[in-house]
Design a protein around this ligand. Structure first.
Ligand SMILES: [Zn+2]
Ligand SMILES: [Zn+2]
Length: 144
């Protein structure tokens, strides 16, 4: 079994390779993720920083969480605007890769849904995943 996966932004200027399985994969219903994606929720597998190789220049934007006041840093392609990566002060050593940017997305398994208190009322969270009304940072990732 191989844990090497590739992906990139819409225009192809930014490409990446990950070489391990995600530490955790989160669906995030927080209002920051809703706004930054312009969509219903964030979809991010988090990898060990060292297992991610990115080629092409990314622009970054830092945002402070209104709830925890901790830094969130999104990185996007300056040409097409696709968010490719995100790092968070609460996950040191980990790098999130935007789930929708993988060339093949069929292997990605969702571990938990967080910030469900701000989920859209028409979103149904499956019963077989962990669910948290707010952040799940107090519960460390389970390394499989
Ligand atoms: Zn691009
Ligand atoms: Zn979020």
């Amino acid at each position: 079994m191989t844990d090497v996966h590739e992906g990139g932004c819409l225009c192809g200027a930014v490409r990446y390779t990950v070489s391990s399985a995600p530490m955790r994969t989160i669906i995030c219903h927080c209002t920051f993720c809703q706004r930054r994606t312009g969509s219903a929720f964030g979809f991010m597998p988090y990898f060990k920083q060292d297992d991610v190789r990115i080629t092409g220049a990314l622009k970054s934007y830092e945002h402070r969480s209104d709830e925890s006041n901790r830094l969130l840093r999104i990185e996007f392609c300056p040409n097409c605007g696709t968010t490719v990566s995100m790092t968070a002060e609460v996950f040191p050593g980990l790098r999130g890769i935007a789930g929708g940017t993988f060339d093949d997305r069929s292997w990605i398994k969702i571990h938990r849904h967080v910030w469900t208190r701000s989920a859209h009322p028409w979103v149904t969270v499956p019963s077989d995943v962990e669910k948290f009304p707010k952040t799940s940072v107090a519960q460390p990732p389970q390394v499989k």
